[in-house]
Design a protein around this ligand. Sequence first.
Ligand code: C2E
Ligand code: MG
Ligand code: MG
Ligand code: MG
Length: 284
Amino acid sequence: HAKKLGKNNYQFFTSEMNSTAQRYLQLEHHLRCALGQGELSLYYQPQVQIDSRAVIGMEALLRWHSPTLGMVMPDQFIGLAEETGLIVPIGEWVLRTACEQAQCWRETGTPVRVAVNLSGRQFQDFQHQRGLLDVVATVLAETGLPAELLELEITESIMMRDVDTTLATLQGLKRLGVRISVDDFGTGYSSLSYLKRFPLDTLKIDKAFVKDVSTDDSDRAIVAAITAMAGQLKLELVAEGIEDLEQLVFLSGQRCNYGQGYYFSKPVPVEQATALLKPGALSE
Ligand code: C2E
Ligand code: MG
Ligand code: MG
Ligand code: MG
């Protein structure tokens, strides 16, 4: 009896594996074609000054509308894009498209910073192939976007993988004049001394800490500590994942000046994002 059960478990396990592997292969096949066939687009989510409700930035978030798979979210394909190297052309397309859009907003009288996420591979392999610095410099030159209107978001864990290389890359990016933001702050394992050594502009408190900030004492303490530290280090602070007024009130009481989240707006296609740039669009 036990043997039979074991066998069934085994079958169950392999069929699970097969379908996961199959889905992965299918994804890879489709992702290879996605860029060329115009299936990728950028949504934008506003980064908001909490007290004035002014939009200070727009984060570009990748979306893949596959005719066969439907809408695929970045968490489902960024990892695959990294493993296959497809992140290199895709990442360059994201950067160029976001900068073109920011330049367009600037030229139509609503200048706003654009924030672009960098993957580990884009950030770390910068010495190989066409370097990250070359790509950023070229895109800024070709789009005409002033460097200070571009912010690059890099997660804490990626930054800490090889701190010497990170420091060199960040210094190169700063020489170009772009802003550097630490994404998902608090979830990695950064040594606080690097917050001082790296040339950073912004910390983004991970949404995991914001989620229960209205009720969880530990989360409140963590957010308060990050806020105090960012103030001392003169870093701009953005709270991610603000979904309700209670969270907002707590954060603003802690002097966390900027926020991003569904409370203000979900990530939206470019036409809707443009409408959010009209003065007062996010006022209560
Ligand atoms: P991220 O950079 O931390 O982006 C924030 C994520 O939180 C986005 O998910 C956004 O839709 C979501 N979010 C925003 N407000 C709220 C909220 O109030 N509540 C909740 N629950 N979620 C909220 P999304 O768009 O699915 O992107 C997931 C991750 O994929 C991003 O996390 C980023 O790491 C990565 N990603 C997205 N676009 C790109 C890209 O162009 N390049 C690279 N390398 N990574 C990207
Ligand atoms: Mg981000
Ligand atoms: Mg984040
Ligand atoms: Mg994230």
